[in-house]
Design a protein around this ligand. Structure first.
Ligand code: PXL
Length: 282
């Protein structure tokens, strides 16, 4: 069984970050260890939140894991609470990275043209440097604009998205993916690896729920760890995220704060099983 480590916050309520990554990667059959960067009562999209910063805990935890010779088949970062934490996590990656084990950075910074409330103005510049150590990154449109130094455009054309992807790959990333691209009433993700583009669009639902990007990134990593190629992984992550958003849009008990991905995890497992079937059939 593969074992990865994900470094991001634990938001008690909100179906995001660790509470999305751990179940999704577990459904992929991967042991998902979690190092929390902060403990929050609820994510920062709510009008108020209570937060405990865990910056001081990151180094002792990583030293302890080294002492026990624990290693990982992948490293995945999500919401990082400060620029100081970005530097500590870069060191963690340098120490724990191993050949063939992907480094996934989801550069969680904002959405709908706005940075998340708790992040500082110098954060995008630090994130821009940080992503150069990643194999895979998964910004949304807002984050891609921040990383490439563009002003926010909510509806970029496919051509503009491809330009941003090319710039992101030129920063050192192997597979760059931009989520939340929409065209002709459809919504999905576009990726670029070695100058080749891949995309998957699904019907658009009129619902915005937190955790969607975290579910997508976790599902993409799960598929890569199940030996999907990047294009297959992008398709599975997009289709699974659509199933979760669709379920959320139709749920009677829908609350504004979180994606209901849990009821459709079974569909994700089926999609992953089909990768192995496709490769054994062909
Ligand atoms: O889902 C992204 C996310 C993760 N973690 C925290 C957040 C957000 C988005 O608001 O506030 C703490």
């Amino acid at each position: 069984m593969k074992r990865i480590v994900t470094i991001q916050d634990f938001s008690c309520v909100g179906s995001c970050s660790l509470t999305a990554a751990i179940p999704v990667l577990s459904a992929a059959g991967v042991e998902c260890c979690g190092i929390p960067t902060a403990l929050l009562s609820n994510h920062t999209g709510f009008p108020t939140f209570y937060s405990v910063d865990l910056t001081q805990e990151l180094t002792p935890i990583s030293e302890q894991l080294k002492r026990e010779h624990i290693d990982f088949d992948g490293i995945y970062t999500g919401y990082i609470a400060s620029v100081e934490q970005i530097d500590l996590i870069r060191k963690f990656i340098e120490q724990f990275r191993k050949p063939g084990a992907p480094v996934f950075i989801d550069p969680v910074m904002g959405d709908n043209g706005k940075m998340y409330a708790a992040l500082t103005d110098d954060y995008p510049e630090h994130m821009r440097k940080f992503i150069s150590c990643a194999d895979v990154i998964t910004p949304n449109i807002t984050e891609a604009c921040l990383l490439t130094g563009r002003s926010f455009n909510p509806c970029p054309t496919l051509h503009e998205v491809k330009e941003m992807l090319t710039e992101l790959c030129n920063m050192g990333v192997k597979f760059a993916v931009i989520t939340g691209f929409s065209e002709k009433g459809k919504l999905g993700a576009v990726g670029c690896c070695d100058g080749k583009f891949t995309e998957c669009l699904t019907p658009k639902r009129d619902v915005a729920c937190s955790g969607t990007g975290d579910v997508f990134a976790s599902a993409l990593l799960g598929a890569v760890l199940r030996d999907a190629d990047y294009a297959q992984a992008l398709e599975i992550a997009t289709r699974f995220t659509f199933e979760a958003v669709d379920y959320t849009a139709n749920a009677d008990d829908r609350r504004f704060y979180g994606i209901h991905f849990q009821p459709v995890l079974g569909k994700y497992i089926q999609m992953l099983d089909s990768i192995e079937k496709r490769s054994s059939d062909g």
